[in-house]
Design a protein around this ligand. Sequence first.
Ligand SMILES: [Zn+2]
Length: 94
Amino acid sequence: MNEIQLTAIEGAESRYDENGNEIVDIATCGTCGRSWNDAAISSVTPAPSARCPFEYEHEADEEEDRDLIIRHNLDVIERSLKTIRLALGRGHRD
Ligand SMILES: [Zn+2]
């Protein structure tokens, strides 16, 4: 059995058909891979197409990536400056 794990959406209200069965419209995000019941009513569902109710977590991930890139670049610059300072220092001594 291949059951999809649904991520619960805070405050989502289930909708039911005339027979009392919960209406389930599974949507999956291509970015974070989460699946949710898009038929439930909440502040973020039904989600407009190509939108994800967990987008705020996407942004957090991207921000973390940016921080890592900036920190890495600063590291590279620092090492380059050290190399330049060493080279200049040697130049003076000669
Ligand atoms: Zn997502």
